[in-house]
Ligand binder design. Structure first.
Ligand code: DP6
Length: 322
């Protein structure tokens, strides 16, 4: 009873910040993302009667108790759906720096859900896998389907899951991640979501979400890169405005983050069409068309203090490995 799965992280163009139901991780609004080809988690899960507890090895090391507990809780959901009640050994590895604004919980819980359910002999639909992944970490539900993905918020657990809008090869746009810090962030997204409602701008933001989702879907459909980029960049600033005006205030940007944001705007004014987006961390995701990757990469490498540049194409979602 062992299975292995790989799942990508994803970058949200329209983001999830604030929950309608905290326990069930039902978001306050729908979101749109694409899967990242070079930022993924590979997880193997083995259930065996000889194990006396769940163990979780992350990037080669025994995970912290709180992390193991979150994994165990997730395994319980799946064990409850199966006849097998044994403990499990979970081994997980990210190929990118964790906890720094690249959504490692997204790829992590998507891979865990697929590996664990398969190891338990459960054959689940994409919808079911997405719902289960969401219960581990909201954005993980978007790492199950392929390519460009929409997570419809819903109001009950059964209605809150992600589906593919377009396959990975629909449009060859890229996400270059400028990694400025590799350490863990102080306030993770789970805690951050709880603070969102304390911002005076939160309600306004949620009210405008349906329109944004509609416009983003239309930009995708028409492969209108300018429109998609403008929506993406404005959306990231809107989410960070809520973060910065919550109580306590959350500042994920560093001076380096701002330097990169300003550079992107400057390059754009000179003809290199790129747009930034930023999650709950200091790293900057820069969306561009594949024809501009080389030039953009060399521009980013010219900025002092960028530790790494990850170049992602749009990829498929979670898959089982042999
Ligand atoms: C800023 O999915 O990490 O990346 O459901 O509490 O695990 P939990 O939160 P999480 O939140 C992601 C927040 C974000 C925006 C996004 O990816 O939509």
């Amino acid at each position: 009873m062992k299975a292995k799965a790989q799942a990508p992280s994803n970058i949200a163009l329209i983001k999830y910040w604030g929950k309608y139901d905290k326990k069930l991780r039902i978001p306050a609004n729908s979101s749109i993302s694409f899967n990242l080809s070079e930022a993924f988690t590979t997880t193997s899960v083995e259930f065996d009667e000889k194990f006396e507890s769940d163990t979780f090895i992350f990037n080669g090391k025994k995970a912290k108790p709180a992390e193991t507990e979150r994994v165990s809780k997730h395994l319980n959901l799946l064990r409850n759906m199966s006849k097998i009640k044994h403990f499990a050994k979970v081994e997980s590895r990210n190929n990118f720096p964790s906890s720094s604004g690249i959504a490692s919980s997204a790829s992590g819980f998507a891979a865990l859900t697929l590996a664990a359910s398969s190891s338990l002999g459960l054959t689940l639909s994409e919808k079911r896998l997405s719902i289960l992944a969401r219960l581990g970490s909201g954005s993980a539900c978007r790492s199950i389907p392929d390519g460009f993905v929409e997570w419809k918020a819903g109001k009950k657990s059964e209605d809150s899951f992600a589906h593919s809008l377009y396959p990975a090869d629909f449009w060859d746009i890229c996400d270059l991640v400028a990694v400025t810090e590799k350490g863990s962030k102080k306030i993770g997204s789970t805690e951050g979501h709880f603070l969102a409602q304390s911002s005076p701008f939160y309600k306004e933001r949620i009210l405008g979400m349906d329109k944004k989702i509609k416009e983003t879907k239309s930009a995708l459909k028409n492969k209108d890169f300018t429109k998609l980029g403008e929506l993406t960049e404005a959306e990231a600033v809107s989410m960070h405005s809520v973060m910065m005006t919550s109580t306590p205030a959350l500042f994920y940007w560093t001076p380096k983050t701002l330097e990169i944001m300003k550079s992107v705007v400057d390059w754009r004014s000179k003809g290199l069409e790129t747009y930034f987006t930023i999650d709950a961390g200091p790293n900057v995701h820069i969306i561009c068309q594949s024809k501009d990757v080389k030039l953009l990469r060399s521009k980013l490498e010219g900025i002092k203090g960028i530790k790494d540049v990850l170049i992602n194409r749009v990829s498929n979602g979670a898959k089982l490995l042999k």
